[in-house]
Design a protein around this ligand. Structure first.
Ligand code: IPD
Ligand code: CA
Ligand code: CA
Length: 263
């Protein structure tokens, strides 16, 4: 049987090493940018970082498969699959703006068993593994105990493309502007989720996200005592491209609002 703690420590170490490489590349030279789609950028640094992560994880569990944003490997594992975003927040990275983060999750027979998010701006490593609490740089973390939306600080992301749902989304922004403590858009969904896990944000929602944006974050939030669902209150948040993540106390209220406004 796998020792999740040992594997998690090694993944944290790999994320920190790769993070140092990414930060160094940020400071060193002009960044080579390619356009993947509308407002969808990838740099040589994203690709090189993903290669380093995939190599390191292959050494850790040689028979594992990968779902990786930049397509370095798409082998399907029989038991284990890693879900990887080498830089979540590439637009921030290109502009020299924090936050941007590495996100790595592990699935065992389809169940998430480990999540690591390393945010490079503040050198903060958020992580959890099956059976553990959630941690930030070695200290246990948990979601906030805010009781209602009125007292919540809420994070979201603005879609870079796919504007089909923009009317509902703009209505949700208006609603939260009028009925919460405030809204933030940091530009890195993995960081948003990590911040819900440690109680800096009370809740987060976004549509159009991919599995590598959210996999590590949803696992860490659950281990930190929070709750996650899709916009209908269901479980299709990993591949379903819509996610709500909150502390326990505001889950029902938040879910009800999004369900009414966005569906
Ligand atoms: C993006 C970030 C951003 C979110 C976008 C994602 P990327 O990831 O998570 O916060 O709003 O939808 O695509 O492209 O920087 O890895
Ligand atoms: Ca991403
Ligand atoms: Ca990315």
């Amino acid at each position: 049987m796998m020792d999740y703690q040992i594997v998690c420590n090694k993944v944290c170490e790999l994320a920190r090493q790769t993070g140092a490489f990414i930060k160094e590349s940020q400071q060193k030279s002009a960044i080579d940018i390619e356009i993947k789609g509308d407002n969808d950028f990838v740099t040589q640094v994203d690709k090189a970082a993903e290669q380093k992560i995939v190599n390191g994880l292959k050494e850790l569990i040689p028979e594992s498969g990968f779902i990786a944003e930049e397509g370095t490997s798409d082998i399907k594992g029989e038991v284990f699959d890693w879900i990887i975003d080498p830089i979540d927040g590439t637009t921030n990275f290109i502009h020299g703006l924090a936050p941007y983060a590495i996100s790595i999750a592990l699935q065992e027979k389809g169940e998430l068993v480990l999540g690591v998010i390393y945010e490079m701006g503040l050198a903060e490593c958020f992580y959890a593994y099956k059976g553990s609490p959630a941690y930030l740089n070695g200290h246990e973390i948990c979601v906030s105990d805010t009781k209602n939306i009125k007292n919540s600080l809420i994070a979201t992301g603005f879609p870079y493309s796919n504007y089909d749902r923009l009317d509902g989304f703009m209505n949700s922004i208006r609603y939260f502007m009028e009925h919460s403590r405030g809204l933030r858009r940091l530009g890195s969904a993995a960081t948003d989720l990590a911040y819900v896990a440690c109680g800096r944000f009370d809740s987060f929602y976004e549509y159009n996200l991919k599995p590598w944006d959210v996999a590590a974050g949803v696992f860490i939030i659950k281990q930190a005592g929070g709750a996650v669902c899709d916009f209908n209150g269901g479980d299709n948040f990993l591949f379903g491209q819509e996610i709500i993540a909150t502390n326990k106390a505001t889950f029902n209220e938040f879910k009800g609002i999004i369900n009414d406004i966005m569906n």
